[in-house]
Design a protein around this ligand. Sequence first.
Ligand code: THU
Length: 139
Amino acid sequence: MTVAPERIAAAVAALRPAARKASANAHAPYSGFHVGAALRGPDGAVYAGCNVESASYGLTQCAERNALGAAISAGVKPGETSLLVIYLPGVEPLPPCGACRQWMVELLQPGALVVSCCDGEAMEAWQLSDLLPGPFLGP
Ligand code: THU
């Protein structure tokens, strides 16, 4: 589904600063790639996260999952958040990984908007349902 450019720009204007600020705290000694993510809870409070890597590489947590975890830890309930913005360093907005898509499906609103932005003007956005069609939601 196409997302209106002005909606994408408004999302980035609102949450890129928090996502970028969080990226400065990334623990990324293996990739050197400092990612941030931010979302807004139902009362307007902003929750952010950065990627945290592990020497056991597969245990790395992405910025998106840490932002979602921060919101849930603060009392935001699944389905209460309609927007998540990802900030990646550089000039190319990249899509979220599969593990994060699964978390997003379980914790964001079904119709949520996910926006990826970077240091330049380029940005990309997806409706959550387009990021992970036919998700596993439990047995
Ligand atoms: N990473 C994220 O935090 N979010 C993404 O959307 C893409 C990848 C992290 C995981 C790892 O620490 C580093 O970026 C390189 O993949």
